[in-house]
Write a protein that binds this ligand. Structure first.
Ligand SMILES: Nc1ncnc2c1ncn2[C@@H]1O[C@H](COP(=O)(O)OP(=O)(O)OP(=O)(O)O)[C@@H](O)[C@H]1O
Length: 304
């Protein structure tokens, strides 16, 4: 990961009942990073600190390689798109067109044609106030408005909340095609594992305000596997990344490994047959990761 969109070092924030951090994190440029964590784990707070809506008590943040101890300068801030978990009440009494006109003054790169195209694709109702729209309709406007200035960095806090399955699919397709167009980076907070599966290159896991690490999604899918091997449970002692082991029947042991590529290589070199393998579902992987089983080679709290 050479190029970094946002870097956090030693970030800490005391919330009412919870401490967020310390967090050391590098968001790799040019990728989609899925931000996963249970309710209250600190996902929104983390995103708000990246926008200076919330100020950390300790630590430093850099945007595209630069620190801004005061405000994020306008020319940098307008390269960052944001969809908030909650709608912006200041836009309540505006129509989508009026709100866009207001936003366009702020963003020099605002692409009105692209915005109109997105409103059309998402079937966002025209000429009605945003507060009169359904939750999903308003969400579709917000996603369109966040994409319209073609930001280099998109921070999306549960963007699919309220979307019907058709709009959800459309959002996935739009974000995918947006990524194809250049060097954009997307941080996407979500509770929908399928969203991460379809969109994310990296998965960033937060738990009780602590970073459990950032891992390549494909590497997780390639390495976290259930395998059935001829032999007994003592086999596990010599294999890397084994987090569960069980004698399934006489002569067959079932194991879960976080390092399948190495595990299979060692078994192969030892002449021990692998009888069957199953790739874990992403939700199984995340739940084991949340329980403290780390991806191969990762140390606890590692964010780069
Ligand atoms: N304005 C606030 N003042 C004090 N504490 C807050 C505030 N907002 C959030 N918190 C607390 O900070 C912690 C993290 O909240 P945050 O909203 O960042 O979590 P989240 O991971 O986004 O949750 P969810 O998945 O439910 O949206 C929670 O324990 C919450 O109670």
């Amino acid at each position: 990961m050479e190029q970094v969109a946002i870097e956090m070092n030693g970030i800490e924030k005391k919330m009412r009942h919870k401490m967020i951090g310390p967090i050391d994190l590098k968001l790799p440029k040019g990728y989609v990073i899925g931000l996963i964590g249970e309710n209250g784990s600190g996902k929104s707070t983390l995103i708000h600190m990246m926008l200076k809506i919330v100020f950390p008590d300790r630590g430093s943040i850099s945007w595209f390689g630069k620190n801004y101890p005061q405000e994020i300068p306008h020319n940098v801030r307008c390269q960052i798109g944001f969809v908030s978990e909650k709608s912006c009440s200041e836009e309540d009494n505006l129509t989508a067109e009026e709100a866009a006109e207001f936003r366009a003054q702020w963003y020099p790169e605002w692409d009105q044609m692209y915005f109109e195209e997105l409103l059309g694709k998402f079937k966002v109702p025209r000429n009605i106030k945003l507060k009169k729209m359904s939750k999903g309709e308003r969400r579709k406007y917000e996603i369109s408005a966040a994409l319209a200035p073609r930001p280099k960095l998109l921070l999306l806090d549960e963007p699919s909340s309220g979307l019907d399955p058709f709009a959800w699919k459309l959002m996935i397709d739009e974000l995918r095609s947006y990524m194809e167009s250049g060097e954009a980076t997307i941080l996407l907070s979500t509770h929908i594992v399928d969203e991460v599966k379809r969109l994310a290159d990296y998965v960033l896991l937060l738990h009780h305000g602590k970073l459990h690490g950032i891992a390549e999604k494909d590497s997780l899918m390639d390495n976290w596997k259930e395998i059935w091997v001829s032999g007994g449970t003592d086999l596990a002692e010599d294999l890397p990344g084994i987090i569960q082991v069980q004698q399934e029947i006489q002569g067959v042991v079932r194991m879960i490994t976080t390092d399948c590529l190495h595990t299979e290589q060692i078994l192969h070199d030892s002449g021990i047959p692998v009888l069957k393998t199953r790739t874990l579902e992403l939700d199984e992987i995340l739940s084991l990761w949340l329980k403290g089983h780390l991806p191969a080679g990762m140390q606890s709290g590692k964010g780069d």
